[in-house]
Design a protein around this ligand. Structure first.
Ligand code: TNX
Length: 611
């Protein structure tokens, strides 16, 4: 190398090294749209104050929330003061400006002050979330942290979300989760800058929301006689023989709506219809075709043939239910399900067949479409809009409906093409009930395979979308169906850290996404999860095995680990090796492998046989 090129090379590596050290200070997830590293830091001390506009109650509330969290972990008592000029103190200044969107913010940290500017209180809230991530991870704790330096690296951040709808769903029918857990779930959503909680409140296996006019929905419909144990496809199936139940009172649901609102999260309730409704039919048989009194709250998983009969009495019931639901939930959207509705009962029900004739419908799909239209009319008349799973496209889409595309992206593309808003939640990228690691090493799940890298690679704007239709994609969400999540620890295990990956898909710019950089930042996110007592999955630290045939027909085994700082070791016939290149399988062999950080094992010891 000639000496000049050599110098440039040394300089370049020096600068990239400096850049990496700089970047290491900013472990923010989701990564902000723009971040300019700066030297120095702002140090919290007894002179620190928070300044805000006392005319804005939301701002004052957030300022108090901020200082009380800092006090809890640092012991520092930071006053919240009215914003005045010339205050001679080391200030954190909250300020609303008119030049940015409601969720956008600018955050400037200098050695002397921290300034947060935002278009609305939501933006201030998101700036606070970013600020927490610039602080030591102990900020997420719930007790005084000793020997922590309470300081923030200097930086300038300009940030705004990519998508308006950033959601997370929870099925509380298959398993029920306490109000306290729902609050923890909302707290975790807020940290990831998500803004929509889709609460799946009713299904075949349990009706979970109090409806005053129909008390049997919870007296009868919230309790199933027993629950399937183990895997659905095991033969014979086993049941636990124990009744299972639970529901939220309207007061509790209101408490959740208020708690979510304080975190700038909208709660969208889902009341399933016409399918997934056995719990309602078991409570009030008049809702079923032929008034079937033998229907019970389901004890097994799957799709059930008993569904709401589209008679007037059923609509009166649903309208009364939805009236109470609208009273509890102020959200613009009400989710009405619409998925997986077998038409068997409608085919053999004389009321249904007469209705098809009377309305001059083509078939039972037409009846499904009529069902959804009629409910949409009712909700629209009350100023609300419906969301439905993509089956609401069958037989003709209701005019103002938003489609949640789950069976893939085709439903979303079709709906957008017809000028409807869509929320993308395809089973291949957004189903957090699927396995995130090798099933043989993971707790029982429904099936599928969705490693965190695949969530991270997800792009909600499907390539098939015409340029003009992209605007109809409001955003995306992860779905958490809980057939195989019997308790909240298991929900946490399935949701985290995959939610961190989705948050970056939804918030950050498409071009900013960088898997290598993300997985480095995830290591700090795990420390935050520990502080928050979140039972995140450690699949990230397990070794994956991939085999491939070489051109000369030899089998090669590649080992990899998501953890970017891990070293992989493997054992063959008791001999230990450090993994540096693919392993050639020249005889039947068992490979045991494990990831280590600084010689300490971080993942499971996994074993695979190769022939
Ligand atoms: C399909 S996604 C369902 C749910 C199940 C889920 C399991 C959707 C609209 N319906 O009822 O719980 O699969 O992955």
């Amino acid at each position: 190398m000639n000496s000049n090129i050599m110098k440039i090379f040394i300089l370049l590596s020096f600068f990239s090294g400096v850049f990496m050290i700089q970047a290491a200070k900013y472990q923010i997830i989701p990564i902000p749209q723009k971040l300019i590293p700066k030297n120095g830091s702002f140090k919290f001390n007894s002179k620190t104050v928070v300044l805000c506009d006392f005319n804005c109650p939301e701002e004052v509330r957030l300022a108090h929330q901020f200082v009380s969290q800092i006090q809890l972990v640092s012991g520092l008592n930071i006053p919240v003061l009215r914003n005045q000029q010339n205050l001679n103190a080391r200030a954190i200044i909250f300020k609303l400006t008119t030049d940015s969107g409601a969720e956008s913010y600018r955050l400037k940290v200098t050695p002397n002050f921290i300034q947060i500017n935002a278009g609305a209180a939501a933006g201030i809230f998101y700036a606070m979330q970013t600020l927490y991530q610039l602080m030591p991870v102990e900020i997420y704790g719930n007790k005084l942290a000793h020997k922590v330096k309470w300081q923030v690296p200097c930086v300038e951040i300009v940030d705004a979300p990519r998508f308006a709808y950033r959601g997370l769903h929870l099925d509380v029918s298959r398993h029920f989760f306490s109000i306290n857990f729902i609050k923890k779930y909302l707290d975790a959503m807020a940290i990831h800058k998500l803004n929509t909680f889709h609460w799946h409140l009713t299904d075949d296996q349990g009706w979970r929301i109090e409806i005053k006019k129909y008390p049997k929905l919870t007296q009868v419909g919230s309790i199933r006689a027993q629950t399937l144990e183990g895997y659905y496809f095991s033969n014979p199936q086993k049941f636990d023989g124990k009744p299972y139940g639970g529901f939220y009172t309207q007061d509790e649901a209101r408490e959740i709506v208020a708690y979510a609102a304080q975190r700038f999260i909208t709660v969208i309730p889902e009341i399933e219809m016409p399918g997934h409704s056995e719990a309602a039919l078991a409570s009030y048989p008049f809702l079923s075709c032929n008034n079937d009194t033998t229907i019970r709250v389901a004890t097994n998983w799957g799709i059930f043939k008993d569904v709401f009969c589209p008679r007037d009495t059923t609509f009166r019931f649903l309208e009364n239910v939805l009236t109470e639901i609208m009273d509890i939930f102020p959200s613009k959207f009400i989710h009405i399900g619409g998925d997986e509705c077998p038409k068997d009962r409608w085919k053999s029900c004389s009321d249904c067949q007469q209705l098809i004739q009377k309305l001059d419908l083509k078939d039972e799909n037409g009846l499904q479409s009529y069902f959804i239209h009629r409910i949409e009319n009712f909700l629209n008349a009350h100023g609300r809009s419906i969301i439905g799973w993509d089956e609401i496209l069958d037989g003709g889409l209701a005019p103002n409906a938003t489609v949640m595309s789950w069976r893939g992206t085709a439903g979303g593309v079709e709906a957008a093409n017809a000028g409807h808003n869509v929320i993308m939640t395809p089973v291949t990228s957004c189903y957090f009930d699927h396995y995130q690691g090798d099933p043989s090493t993971e707790p029982l799940a429904i099936g599928g395979f969705l490693p965190i890298s695949q969530v991270y690679a997800y792009e909600p704007i499907a390539p098939e979308l015409a340029a003009n239709d992209k605007k109809y994609v409001l955003g995306s969400q992860a779905n958490v169906w809980t057939e195989y999540m019997p308790n909240s620890r298991q929900v946490e295990y399935m949701v985290f850290p995959r939610l961190a990956a989705l948050s970056e898909v939804l918030w950050s710019g498409k071009n900013q996404r960088n898997w290598n950089d993300f997985r480095g930042r995830l290591l700090t996110q795990f420390e935050r999860y520990k502080q928050l007592d979140i039972n995140y999955s450690k699949a990230f630290f397990n070794v994956s095995f991939q085999s491939q045939l070489t051109t000369d027909h030899q089998t090669q085994v590649f080992l990899s680990c998501d953890d970017p700082i891990a070293e992989i070791y493997y054992w063959i016939s008791g001999k230990k090796f450090r993994y540096t290149h693919p392993i050639i399988v020249d005889k039947n062999m068992i490979i045991n492998a494990q990831a280590f950080e600084k010689k300490i094992p971080v993942g499971k010891l996994l074993s695979k046989t190769f022939h």
